[in-house]
Design a binder for this molecule. Structure first.
Ligand code: GRF
Length: 221
């Protein structure tokens, strides 16, 4: 098997084609799967970017590990395909296998964690190589983990922000796709800083997805 990546020519699609090859050729699609656990404002911002025509993609499914997460309720209202996979009491590898099984039929080009409060197993990452994205409310590698905005304030940094990255099996680690800086203001509280960072998250995530999707990959198996 070989994997060829090339830039898409804006006018004519791919500037090169592979021929004389008998294997299966699978073009990468533009389907996004969303994983979330909470209010889902990042998911909603991605949905809005698609609706406005800024992001040429389609949300193929929204999966939540929390039954009444705001994000999955909204996705249902919008008529998107939603899947609830409860995680309470389920061991990580077993849970991630269920996630993989749920996602596979959709064949997503990217899997976007949008406030999905779980660390993914190596098996999950291997099932969707370089296709899992995450957003985190700090300038990684600073302040990974929970309460990143609180950590930034406690440290006393003057600039924080948010990061979209490809996820690996670590916590908030993996290659950075895009970042946005946000100034920490005198008198900022965790809430006020979080709010300004979130505003940037909503604008940067869909752009990072667009950039990732534009790295079109033609796979020859
Ligand atoms: C965001 O701050 C995101 O960076 C972090 O979790 C939060 C999710 O917020 N990973 P929302 O559910 O998208 O509103």
């Amino acid at each position: 098997m070989s994997i060829l990546s090339r830039e898409r020519n804006a006018e004519s699609g791919f500037s090169e084609v592979a021929f004389g090859y008998t294997g299966n050729i699978r073009m990468r699609n533009r389907k996004i799967a969303i994983l979330l656990s909470g209010r889902g404002s990042n998911f909603m911002a991605i949905y809005e970017a698609i609706r406005r025509g800024d992001l040429d993609a389609e949300i193929c499914c929204v999966i939540s590990n929390i039954a009444d997460a705001g994000g999955i309720l909204r996705a249902r209202e919008w008529g998107l395909q939603t899947i609830y996979i409860p995680s309470r009491g389920v061991e990580r590898t077993a849970y991630d296998r269920m996630l993989i099984e749920a996602l596979r039929p959709f064949d997503p080009a990217v899997v976007c964690m949008a406030g999905f409060m779980r660390i993914l197993s190596p098996e999950f990452i291997a099932a969707f190589p370089s296709r899992v994205m995450n957003i985190h409310p700090s300038l990684l590698p600073a302040f990974p983990g929970l309460h990143a905005q609180r950590q930034a304030l406690q440290y006393g940094v003057k600039i924080s922000g948010c990061t979209v990255h490809l996820a690996d099996e670590g916590m908030d680690t993996g290659p950075i796709v895009m970042q946005r800086a946000v100034e920490v203001l005198d008198g900022d509280t965790e809430e006020s800083l979080s709010e300004r960072i979130l505003e940037q998250e909503h604008d940067v995530y869909w752009r990072a997805i667009a950039s990732t999707l534009s790295q079109e990959t033609m796979r020859i198996d």
